[in-house]
Design a protein around this ligand. Structure first.
Ligand code: SF4
Length: 79
């Protein structure tokens, strides 16, 4: 498993309405042309420190929820 920050798997990643800056990081509140995690790496020289898995992509999350019968469609209202 690759644990590098990946915006596509991050709960803070958004697609922007702005065609010039189509990607958005909600945690650090900026829009960009390239993936935000790549922007962070190029500016800060370090991996993104804010990365958090979306619930449905978290490899440590328990996906064997037998109470509902629905898997991977949970909505996280705490973010
Ligand atoms: S917190 Fe990091 S990994 Fe998540 S969207 Fe922002 S830049 Fe990408």
């Amino acid at each position: 498993m690759n644990d590098l920050p990946n915006c596509w798997k991050c709960r803070f990643f958004r697609i922007s309405w702005d065609a010039r800056f189509p990607y958005e990081c909600e945690a650090m509140n900026f829009k960009s042309q390239a993936l935000p995690c790549l922007q962070v790496m190029s500016i800060d020289g370090r991996e993104c420190q804010w990365f958090r898995y979306k619930t449905e992509t978290d490899p440590s999350a328990d996906t064997k929820d037998t109470t509902s019968g629905i898997k991977g469609n949970r909505i996280d209202h705490s973010a």
